[in-house]
Ligand binder design. Sequence first.
Ligand SMILES: CCCCCCCCCCCCCCCCCC(=O)SCCNC(=O)CCNC(=O)[C@H](O)C(C)(C)COP(=O)(O)OP(=O)(O)OC[C@H]1O[C@@H](n2cnc3c(N)ncnc32)[C@H](O)[C@@H]1OP(=O)(O)O
Ligand SMILES: NC(=O)C1=CN([C@@H]2O[C@H](COP(=O)(O)OP(=O)(O)OC[C@H]3O[C@@H](n4cnc5c(N)ncnc54)[C@H](OP(=O)(O)O)[C@@H]3O)[C@@H](O)[C@H]2O)C=CC1
Length: 429
Amino acid sequence: MASIADYYAGKNVLITGATGFMGKVLVEKLLRSCPEVRTLYLLVRPKAGQSMQERVSDMMKCKLFDRVREDNPDFHQKIVPISSELTQPALAISPEDVERLTSCVNIIFHCAATIRFDEPLKHALQLNVIATQQLLSLAQQMHHLQAFIHISTAYANCNRRHIDEIIYPPPVEPKKLIDSLEWMEDSIVRDITPRLIGERPNTYTYTKALAECVVQRESSKLSIGIIRPSIVGASWQEPFPGWIDNFNGPSGVFIAAGKGILRTMRANNDAVADLIPVDVVINLTLAAGWYTAVHRPKAALVYNCTTGGINPFHWGEIEHHVMSSFKRNPLEQAFRRPNANITSNYLMNQYWILVSHKFPALIYDLYLRLSGQKPQMMRIFNRLHKAIGLLEYFSSQDWEWNSENMSMLMSHLSPEDRKVQHSTLTCVS
Ligand SMILES: CCCCCCCCCCCCCCCCCC(=O)SCCNC(=O)CCNC(=O)[C@H](O)C(C)(C)COP(=O)(O)OP(=O)(O)OC[C@H]1O[C@@H](n2cnc3c(N)ncnc32)[C@H](O)[C@@H]1OP(=O)(O)O
Ligand SMILES: NC(=O)C1=CN([C@@H]2O[C@H](COP(=O)(O)OP(=O)(O)OC[C@H]3O[C@@H](n4cnc5c(N)ncnc54)[C@H](OP(=O)(O)O)[C@@H]3O)[C@@H](O)[C@H]2O)C=CC1
């Protein structure tokens, strides 16, 4: 049985979202564990005054790539940045680059998305749905494509309590929505967004559900795998423990608690906190790419990449672990001694917000004003309250994901891959 690294040997891989949190880990893992991979084409846009080449060179200098650099100091030769703005027609890829990609790409990993919970619907639709559709059109022109792997989210169907590894009917026909929003003014779209997203909490989960449907429609023409990770956190083992580069999801909440700023948050102590380390998600993603290309399943296979069904961990336990870890390793320049509590009671939470957040912030801002400095604490708390208000939906409820396809995937691995993926299994079990 050929190993996953054998499959990727000599392959040309196209990756979107490579400059993002998960994309970087995917690039690193491919270069380190599949050293014979031929070329990684990264669709990147210029940003913040940096060209796409500068962005990719900066990314490769990051500590995350230290092990790859040690193994192969010339690893950057395998990376080819391709200029692309995914919100533009035809993804703004030049005709020469289209030609190059269509003639050689063997596998696509589509990681790019807007993951903001407060993204205006039009923009979320443009990036998460329309860009996915355009990438699928490009994929169909590729002469040697063997697999298209789409990164979705376990919360795309968070309006359901039990989520199987199937693609559910979309909340609305994507094409109809795209056509209608095209002519509508932004203010009208903003007004009707709550009605459109219905039971979903935000435009992110709504557009990710639509994207799954768009991807599924191409499954008769392409071999497709859909990965649905739950809440992706810092790396567990690879390339080293604890790597993370953002404040998304719970990470920002943990830091705010460690700085002594956040003292209270509404969450259900007994609800499962479905966290999954980024390296575990990426190991599964690469294995799913291999399986899709080699076994060419007739319908798109969905992999719920979650931990709660196998090794449930609860928000109440998280409170305990976060607090004891900050007591052992205090953060520098903390506002107060960390002491955060979780409560499921709305009124109790409001009371503690008043007493432990707003009142100390007012006093501190008064002190800053009196000492001739600019007040800032109330502004920080307002941002924090906005952020936790958007996260509470996920920390106050329980979901149940079926993850049979993950087990099926493991059973198909060669003995040597199973050893590598064994860490993945021991993490979730
Ligand atoms: C002990 C208690 C423990 C309690 C635990 C309970 C935790 C519960 C948490 C539940 C989480 C559930 C998440 C579910 C995720 C679904 C999974 C996914 O599919 S997808 C993934 C899920 N998707 C998401 O998670 C996205 C959610 N996030 C958002 O949608 C937006 O960030 C926002 C609306 C919350 C704030 O928007 P806005 O106000 O515009 O602010 P910006 O974003 O623009 O950031 C401005 C700047 O501030 C920086 N910074 C941020 N935080 C912190 C911090 N804590 N400190 C310091 N700095 C921080 C930030 O880096 C940035 O810096 P720079 O780049 O400018 O230099
Ligand atoms: N993080 C999590 O907890 C989870 C994430 N996911 C999914 O995983 C995938 C990756 O998420 P994550 O890495 O956390 O997200 P990030 O926000 O870290 O990365 C998003 C990536 O998309 C790129 N991108 C965004 N807009 C454009 C654009 N207009 N043109 C070109 N590229 C663009 C970004 O590029 P740039 O650097 O130029 O902005 C970046 O590389 C997403 O599909 C997300 O839905 C699923 C479950 C949980």
